[in-house]
Ligand binder design. Structure first.
Ligand SMILES: [Zn+2]
Length: 482
């Protein structure tokens, strides 16, 4: 083999099923060899990584980079810089920007903004009543997947009607494209919020009271019913409750192609933190009582929940710290702190590094059809690597975040286990804990490598597209009796 660009030696390489001592050779954007150091080609650069672990870069299925529309909260450049510094090499970005990613023009604006990205990306287009007729055009123009805001959240995009959601699934099922669903029942939470506002409840816990577990149970049940009927692939965003896990377990047992994410905040935070965090903690679905934390962990371990995402949802500090909970924007940044938080739990023996790689890289790559090129450290794959020091300790600080949104519930939290270098397609985007600013714009869409498994549409004879024409030989109405 000719001389290659980079060999990383001395580290251990982690997959979802093994940890091996191996060197990794990278040429251009691609991993060309993984194996014994004696077998490595000569390289222009060697990274000595003794004692460190090489993880496939994390793939975050759920981020809001707020661009276009809200550049005071975040931009593609700052959000993706946060990703790079958090060991994240691919993100899937949400459509509740302004304009929302519901038209070709809006998509093109977003793709333009994403040209400054440090990391690779997919774009979730909006699935709603107004877009159902244009899903294929959006896919052709660069959308990788869709998002349906069945539950309302920041941006207040109207929830799709059940009819539109069904027709959307009918259109996407034959294409094999997966739809992310924010699964809360909007009618329930809007009514309860209004009732409490009328009575003057403005405390932090009122937000949780407005969005009870039953709103999640009902919405997940409805979405799974429509997905199972049509054969559409769905992805449940930010699963927050213990009580709705049974629906996922039963659906998976029946063969429904549903993937599920949860986020560090649902695993590690609960209402015990609400007193001192107040509006900072406000997000959708809400942070719930402590009794939900462990069942969500258990569901990660048994495969009911497939992956860890962050719902990176930045806002300006003054938008998070108002006295009235209803005036605090929902969400907080998380992409930069996810890996350190989760590695800390690995260091506490709550999961193995292989479990973590399954949640952070392998399963998201499979869900979005990019596994093999991403999600794995193997010859032929993109050289997307988080180099991790499991012994590095520190205190998370919101002031050190790359994100514009310098307000985080994780501020002051002790962690052990950090990404210290991040490589995206062979290039350092974070090195020695510092952003490599020249790498802005190195990120690109994963659309070109996306290959979803074969689609399995069901009940197609009942699809809206199949019922629009009167069948031959069928009478229009019963003939009147004379
Ligand atoms: Zn979100």
């Amino acid at each position: 083999m000719n001389q290659v660009d980079l060999v990383i030696r001395g580290a251990r390489v982690v997959s979802d099923h093994q940890i091996i001592e191996a060197s990794v050779a990278i040429d251009g954007e691609i991993i060309v060899a993984v194996g014994h150091d004696d077998l490595m080609p000569s390289a222009r650069e060697v990274l000595q990584a003794d004692g460190l672990f090489l993880l496939p870069g994390a793939i975050d299925s759920h981020v809001h980079f707020r661009d276009p529309g809200y550049p005071h909260k975040e931009t593609w450049k700052t959000g993706s810089a946060a990703a790079a510094c958090g060991g994240v090499t691919t993100v899937f970005e949400m459509p509740n920007t302004n304009p929302p990613t519901a038209t070709i023009d809006a998509l093109n604006l977003k793709l333009k903004a994403a040209e400054s990205s440090y990391v690779d990306f997919g774009i979730h287009g909006l699935l709603g009543d107004d877009t159902v007729g244009h899903l294929e055009e959006l896919i052709d123009a660069g959308v990788t997947s869709f998002k349906a805001f069945v539950g309302n959240t920041f941006g207040n995009l109207p929830s799709p009607s059940d009819g539109a959601l069904l027709e959307g699934f009918e259109k996407l099922a034959p294409l094999g494209i997966r739809t992310v669903v924010h699964a809360e029942n909007s009618s329930i939470l809007a009514r309860r919020q209004k009732r409490m506002q009328a009575e003057g409840r403005i405390d932090a816990l009122a937000h949780l009271a407005a969005r009870p577990v039953v709103a999640e149970i009902e919405a997940i049940g409805r979405v799974l019913t429509l997905a199972e009927w049509t054969g559409a692939r769905v992805h449940i965003a930010h699963h927050s409750a213990a009580d709705s896990l049974f629906l996922i377990r039963e659906a998976k047992r029946r063969g429904v192609d549903v993937t599920v994410e949860t986020c560090p905040q649902y695993l590690l935070l609960n209402t015990d933190h609400a007193d001192h965090l107040g509006g900072i903690l406000r997000l959708n679905p809400p942070i719930r009582e402590a009794r939900h934390n462990q069942p969500l962990w258990d569901a990660m371990m048994d495969g009911t929940i497939d992956m860890i995402a962050t719902d990176h949802a930045p806002h300006a500090p003054d938008e998070k710290t108002r006295a009235n909970i209803w005036e605090c924007d929902c969400g907080f940044p998380g992409i930069e702190t996810q890996m350190a938080l989760m590695l800390t739990e690995v260091n506490r023996d709550r999961a193995s590094l292989m479990d973590y790689v399954r949640w952070s890289s392998v399963n998201p790559a499979k869900a979005w059809g990019i596994y093999g090129t991403k999600g794995v450290i193997a010859p032929g794959a993109h050289a997307d690597i988080a180099v991790v020091d499991m012994n590095k300790s520190g205190i998370l600080s919101e002031n050190e975040l790359q994100s514009i949104s310098k307000i985080s519930p994780w501020d002051g939290r002790a962690v052990k286990g950090y990404p210290i270098h991040t490589l995206l397609r062979g290039r350092f985007v974070m090195r020695n804990g510092k952003l490599v600013t020249e790498a802005a714009g190195w990120g690109r869409s994963v659309k070109g490598i996306q290959a979803m498994p074969k689609a399995k549409p069901l009940n197609t004879e009942h699809y809206t597209s199949a019922i629009l024409k009167t069948p031959e030989g069928v009478r229009l109405t019963a003939e009147p009796k004379r």
